[in-house]
Design a protein around this ligand. Structure first.
Ligand SMILES: NC(=O)c1ccc[n+]([C@@H]2O[C@H](COP(=O)([O-])OP(=O)(O)OC[C@H]3O[C@@H](n4cnc5c(N)ncnc54)[C@H](OP(=O)(O)O)[C@@H]3O)[C@@H](O)[C@H]2O)c1
Length: 283
């Protein structure tokens, strides 16, 4: 029996938990600050202090930021669990490059295996079990691979610790910059073309290389449907902040995009979809 402990019940783990629970010979316990009843069949809920008694082979964490991730992995109960079992620890949050480096060290010193695995695919990818994972693992552990195989379709292996995170931070900043371009150009098309905006919308969402970006976000932008986030605005602001560590403080585009996202955060709060940034150009 592969005993798995999952911590943090959010957009991503809500999607992937049923997939993990459906794996053969697997028991799944969820540790959450707010979810106190089992969220789906095959999953039990547990408390932090009970983690060592579960003797988890695999521990998977998904958190909103560095601080929350650090609190979890360095808590006495989790340290003891890893030490007792030599657990394989999987961290799928997007963290800063300094924190992920420290995390690998912490897990190694406890005798565990560390799998750094930021993911992409958002809520639909998590719900369908088809996320893409950017992975560096300190050692091979078939029990961790079995868990990840339930919710990852494409796995990209990096060869050095920290590189999946460095890639993910640059990749996200680049995506944020692309989203920002909608705010820069769509309002002009909207006001200038009048009723013909629908034709423009059809073109940019279906024709040419920009269409993937526009098709994925233009609908939310035009309807101002920012509720029920696929990816919370607060997380994108966090990712852009961490991206400065790798892209530097004098990257003009990063600074502009970061400014727009922090302005959107001030205006909408963090619990809306990150598409809310496009409204900054609609004013
Ligand atoms: N969403 C995406 O598209 C996406 C894609 C790639 C990477 N990521 C990364 O994955 C990490 C988690 O993202 P996420 O979108 O899953 O975050 P999220 O939904 O905001 O959840 C983050 C944490 O907030 C708590 N939480 C969630 N819903 C709550 C509620 N209704 N009431 C109180 N607390 C609640 C959960 O902790 P407790 O269960 O302990 O309360 C959870 O671990 C972040 O580092 C993010 O950057 C997200």
């Amino acid at each position: 029996m592969n005993r798995v402990l999952v911590s943090g019940y959010g957009v991503m783990t809500r999607g992937i938990l049923p997939h993990i629970a459906s794996a053969p010979d697997t028991s799944v316990a969820l540790l959450s600050r707010h979810q106190t009843v089992p969220p789906c069949p095959g999953v039990t809920v547990t408390a932090l202090e009970d983690a060592p008694a579960l003797r988890p082979h695999v521990i998977l964490g998904c958190f909103e930021n560095d601080e929350r991730s650090q609190d979890f992995w360095t808590s006495p109960a989790i340290r003891r669990s890893v030490e007792d079992q030599g657990s394989c620890c999987i961290e799928i949050s997007t963290l800063s490059i300094d924190r992920i480096a420290a995390w690998h060290d912490e897990i190694r010193l406890l005798g565990g295996t560390s799998v750094e695995s930021p993911v992409t695919g958002s809520r639909p990818g998590a719900a369908s079990g088809v996320l893409s994972a950017f992975v560096y693992e300190s050692g091979k552990d078939p029990r961790a691979t079995a868990v990840m195989d339930t919710f990852v379709r494409k796995r990209y292996e990096f060869t050095a610790p920290g590189n999946p995170t460095a890639f993910k931070l640059v990749y996200n900043a680049w995506g944020a910059a692309m989203l920002h371009t909608l705010a820069a150009f769509v309002p002009t098309l909207h006001s200038h073309l009048g009723a013909d905006f629908d034709i423009a919308s059809d073109i940019v969402t279906s024709d040419g290389w920009m269409s993937l970006v526009c098709a994925s976000r233009l609908g939310r932008m035009m309807t101002k449907d920012y509720g029920d986030p696929d990816f919370a605005l607060a997380h994108m602001v966090k990712d852009l902040r961490y991206a400065h560590d790798i892209l530097g403080d004098s990257n003009a585009l990063l600074n502009l995009v970061y400014e727009q996202f922090t302005a959107a955060l001030a205006s909408h709060g963090g619990h809306v979809d990150y598409t809310a940034v496009t409204e900054m150009g609609m004013r």
